[in-house]
Structures are given as structure tokens and as C-alpha cells.
Design a protein around this ligand. Structure first.
Ligand SMILES: Nc1ncnc2c1ncn2[C@@H]1O[C@H](COP(=O)(O)OP(=O)(O)OP(=O)(O)O)[C@@H](O)[C@H]1O
Length: 250
């Protein structure tokens, strides 16, 4: 996935907000890119351009070498999976939701129980309506469903923010195991710098719509190049210390 000079401006009551200002860079195949930056810096907007929930005003987004606007929406959404903080599931049973992706490819889901085990949920939930699931269970099922669509790129927007530490661990393991097997590229927005540090191969820092730093994750966190990134890391780490060494933020 590649961005070339991407800009996006929202206009509300004649007031323009320049949300993305000339973002360029690449998420290489098989890598996890963790995207960090202050609230309102444009992270979710950047993700939304990758599967045409939004279109850029200027610049291009390339998926597997082809500009997003050249893709058919169904093919694009199958290739580029996306999961949000608030999971979306279709009405029906858990199994109905998991079967959807394979069915669209004319396949059958062979091992639903194994997927349930992978996200630490009992197999007897398969026949239950998704209405009956807790928030943490919904998020885990939504992620499995996204993965079963067979994407080669995964966009994750704060997917563990509403989860307790043990569900967070299950979700992180699901995604990292799947990435290792599939060789997919992942663009992962997170407010949790410990998560960005732990899971990223590459980290981007955006502030006020500008990509101020793009580096391998270890270098970004140990030797940030800009004063803005240094200060952001420092403040976030201090917040984490204040919340008694790593509790989940709301
Ligand atoms: N549809 C929209 N119309 C108008 N303004 C929008 C729209 N979507 C986002 N914005 C504005 O664009 C800016 C960037 O929002 P975005 O959600 O991309 O930031 P973010 O970095 O993901 O924030 P957070 O970390 O809080 O989720 C914000 O000022 C937001 O209010």
C-alpha cells in the first residue's frame, strides 16, 4: 500500500480543516505499520482513504500497485479489510457472520471451532445470536470475520481500546499469528504506545495531518528525530505511569 502526496480537507460551515497534508509513504508487504499521533491528527481519515470510505482531494493511494479509485468496491473491500474500535456484525448467529467471507468466495468455512479457540471463545457460541455477545466477544468475532474475508491488507483503528487486558492479548495474538501465516500488510492505529512499540515493524508519527516521522519502530521509540515525536512519546509514557503501569485507557 502506497500513499503519494495525499491531502484531505473537510469544510464545515465554510471553515476548511486541513486534515491530511501531503502524506507520502509505503506500508510494505508482510509488515505492521503502527500509526501514532495526537487525537485529531488525521489517523482515521488516512485509513478511510485506503478502502474508499473517503477519497483524497489530491494525491493517490495505491493498493497492490493499483490506484484505489480503479478498484471495484467489492474487490477492494475484500482485499483491504478494516476493523474499528466499535465492531460491526451482521444480524444473525456468530456462525453466519464467520461464514460470510468464505461463502462470497464460493467456499465453505471448514473449521469454525478452531477459529473460536483461536480467540479464546467457546464453540457453543457459534449458534448464538450476535445480539447476545458482550463487547469484547463482538470485537473478537468481528476480527475473525474480517480475517476470513481473506484480505491482503488489514486496517485496524483502535481495535483493542475497549477491551480488557486479557482480550487485548488474545486479539493481538490472533492478528500477529495471522499476519505471520498470510504475509499481509497491517496499518494499525493505536493510542497505546506500548502496543505500537510491541507490534510495529515500522512506525509513523502524524501531527496536524503531516507525517513528521517514519522510521523502524525500535528507532522511532528509542531515538525519535523530531521534537514533536519526542514530546508525544514522553507525555504518553508519563500518562501510562500515572495509570499504574499500563492499564487500558478508555
Ligand atoms: N466527516 C468529517 N467532517 C468534518 N470533519 C471531520 C470529518 N472526519 C474527521 N473530521 C475532522 O478531521 C480531523 C481528523 O480526524 P481523524 O478522526 O482522522 O483524527 P484521528 O487522528 O484519527 O483522531 P483520534 O485519535 O481522536 O481518533 C478532526 O479534526 C476531525 O474532527
Amino acid at each position: 500500500m502506497r500513499f503519494e502526496g495525499v491531502t484531505k480537507t473537510f469544510v464545515e460551515r465554510n471553515q476548511p480543516t486541513h486534515v491530511l497534508r501531503g502524506i507520502s509513504g509505503e506500508v510494505p508487504v508482510g509488515k505492521t505499520l503502527t500509526l501514532v499521533g495526537p487525537s485529531g491528527s488525521g489517523k482515521s481519515t488516512l485509513l478511510s482513504l485506503c478502502n474508499l470510505l473517503l477519497t483524497p482531494d489530491e494525491g493517490q493511494v495505491y493498493i497492490n500497485g493499483r490506484e484505489v479509485r480503479q478498484w471495484s468496491i467489492p474487490k477492494l473491500r475484500q482485499t483491504v479489510g478494516m476493523a474499528f474500535q466499535t465492531p460491526t456484525l451482521f444480524p444473525g448467529t456468530v456462525q453466519d457472520n464467520l461464514e460470510l467471507g468464505p461463502q462470497l468466495r464460493g467456499e465453505r468455512l471448514k473449521n469454525p471451532e478452531e477459529w473460536m479457540e483461536a480467540v479464546d471463545l467457546p464453540a457453543n457460541l457459534l449458534g448464538r445470536s450476535v445480539e447476545e455477545l458482550s463487547g469484547g466477544q463482538r470485537q473478537r468475532i468481528a476480527l475473525v470475520r474480517t480475517i476470513l474475508n481473506g484480505p491482503s491488507i488489514l486496517l485496524l483503528d483502535e481495535v483493542t481500546s475497549a477491551l480488557d487486558p486479557s482480550s487485548t492479548q488474545v486479539v493481538e495474538k490472533l492478528i500477529t499469528d495471522w499476519k505471520a501465516k498470510s504475509g499481509a500488510a497491517i496499518l494499525w492505529v493505536t493510542h497505546h504506545l506500548d502496543q505500537a512499540r510491541r507490534l510495529g515493524d515500522i512506525t509513523w508519527y502524524v501531527e496536524a495531518g503531516e507525517l513528521l516521522e517514519a522510521n523502524d519502530t525500535k528507532t522511532f521509540f528509542t531515538r525519535p528525530e523530531t521534537e514533536q515525536a519526542r514530546s508525544f512519546i514522553h507525555h504518553k509514557d508519563a500518562e501510562l505511569d500515572d495509570t499504574d503501569g499500563g492499564g487500558e485507557e478508555a
